[in-house]
Write a protein that binds this ligand. Sequence first.
Ligand code: L5Q
Ligand code: ZN
Length: 336
Amino acid sequence: EPVQARGMDIFGTLQSFQAVKDPETGTHYLFDGTRSEGVHTFKANRMPENAFIILSALLGMTGFEVESRNNFFYDPSAVSAHVNAGKVYDYYKKVHGRDSLDGEGMKLVSTVHIGSKWNNAAWNGKQMLYGDGDGTRMISLSGGLDVIGHEMTHGVITNTADINYENESGAINESIADILGAFAENKTGEDLWLLGEDIWTPTTPGDGLRSMSDPGSVYIGGYTESGYYPDHYSKRYIGELDKGGVHINSSINNKAAHLITDGGTHYGVSVTGIGKTKAEKIFYRALTHYLTASSDFSQMRQAAIQAARDLHPDRNGQPSAEVNAVMAAYDAVGVQ
Ligand SMILES: Cc1cc(C(=O)NCC(F)(F)F)no1
Ligand SMILES: [Zn+2]
C-alpha cells in the first residue's frame, strides 16, 4: 500500500515522497501512485549504457527495484530521479494541462546508474535513463531538474510531433527538449538558460552543458572545427557528427527562445521579450499543434508564429506584440 517514504537526494537534501510497501516482504519500492498511472524509479546494475538503452526499448527491461530499509531510501541518484520526475509531471499538468508524456497519464519510468561513469542521460522512446557522470565533468544527471525536464520532453515529443532525430529536424527536437526542460526547472536569471548547471563541473560554478542565452560562449571541443555552439543560422553545423548536429544546431532555436522570453539585441536585431509564461505556451502549442516529424528551422519559425497568433490574435490587422517578438527573434538568428 502507498506510504510516505524519505531519502537523501544527490545534494544531501532530505526528500519525502510516495513509495509502496510490498506486503509480503515489507520492502518499500520507489513507486508514486499519486500522479496518474504512477512514477516508478529503478536502478540498473551498471550495465553498459548502449545495451541497456536498446534492451529496455525492445524488451521493456527497467532494471531493479531500489533498496530501502525501514522506509528510507539510500540511493541518492534514485531519490533525485524519483522526486524530479514528479516535479516535471506537475509542470506539464499544471502549466500545460497535459497528463503525463502521452497526455493520458502514462506511467513515468526512470532508471539510474546506467553504464559506468556515463556522462549523459537519454530517452529511449519508452523511459528515462540517467548516468552517474564521471564525478568531474558531471555528477549524477538525475540531480539536474532541467536535464530530467529535457529527457521527459523528448517523451512528450515522441507522443506528439515525433520529430525526426537528425539534421535540422533533430536540432528542433533537441531545442524543444532544452526549452521546455528549462521552463520546467523554472529557475531565474542566467541559470534558467544554462542546461545542466546543477550537475555540470561541480567545482566550477556558473557553467553548464549548453547556454541558451549565449550559445557562442560555450566551447564544445571535439564536435566541429569551430568548436562553438552556433547562435545564428548562417553558422549552423553541416556534417555527419552528432546525427547532423542535433545537439549543436539546437542552440540556434534555443537563442530564439531566449530572445522571445527575455528580449535583447542580437546581430543588430532587437526583440522585446514577452516573458516565460507566454513563451512556454507558444512553444508547447507549436509542438502539439504545428510541428511534424520532418519540421526544419523554417517550419519551426512558422509554427511558433502561428502558435503565437492563435494565443495572441492580430488586432486591427496588426500583429500582437507577442507575434512581433517571435518574428523578430527568428529574424535575429537568421531563420526565415
Ligand atoms: C553528446 C551529447 C549529449 C548531449 C545532451 O544534451 N544530453 C542530454 C542531457 F540531458 F544530458 F543534456 N549533449 O551532447
Ligand atoms: Zn536530448
